[in-house]
Ligand binder design. Sequence first.
Ligand code: GLU
Ligand code: ZN
Length: 295
Amino acid sequence: MNAPAYIGRFAPTPSGYLHFGSLVAALAAYLDARAVGGHWLLRMEDLDPPREVPGAQDAILRTLESYGLHWDGPLVRQSERHPEYQALVERLLEQGLAYACTCSRKQLEGYGGVYPGFCRDAGHAPRDAAIRLRVPQLSYGFVDRVQGEYHQHLGREVGDFIIRRRDGLYAYQLAVVLDDAWQGVTDVVRGADLLDSTPRQLYLQQLLGYPQPRYLHVPLIIQPDGHKLGKSYRSPPLPADQAAPLLVRALHALGQRVPAELEQARPSELLAWASRHWDAARIPRRRTLAEAQLR
Ligand code: GLU
Ligand code: ZN
């Protein structure tokens, strides 16, 4: 069988419940896949047990189900892929593409989040150290389907970045690239808060010889105070009995025109209609959207 032309995914982190912003991202990913008869996968990005909220994984799955956002195939958990991440880290270390860093947080203060390279040539042993990927002094860019052109100079704006933390936890940047390639993902649809992670991911893809997926970053839904939903405070789970109105609201956030008679429809009908009428060109070309300004 040929690989399907479109494989999309939703990749929530169980550090909290799904909130309205994650619903907007999940819905966009779902519709973009379904509109072209593609597959839509679900991957639990449970790489950071200390930050995981107990019960969040189950709650996320239940919310997706009750909102009619059914995924294809088995759920993949990143917590079950540590051997693959470890093998990759070891390979990068052996090839000299990554190195051990023993810098303390304190030592890295005052560099604006750009790693100054102190351990680049120190030859530290990887035990009890963070592992960083060497980045080239190059700009990496791509054309996002909503946000347009986006470029970042990895050396100047990011610096050598962590792929395995000192406490042994694997970094999102590493796992996401490995897993998207392993799952054959052709299209990444997610929140615009990850736009500035994308150039790091492009570099890793290039390094590993993986194909580059298409990208679509939807506006991040923010609070009136400018905060991202769900991060600065604990959002409650999205209520199951509000699925239809919240889906309509999420469709509006994505610029989709919902006919008045559908505003009372069931989630399954709404999603069927929205898959047929999905128009990614109508998504607002902005990084953020204030929740309060949505209908
Ligand atoms: N797990 C990430 C998050 O919840 C999303 C990863 C992705 O879509 O690339 O923010
Ligand atoms: Zn260091």
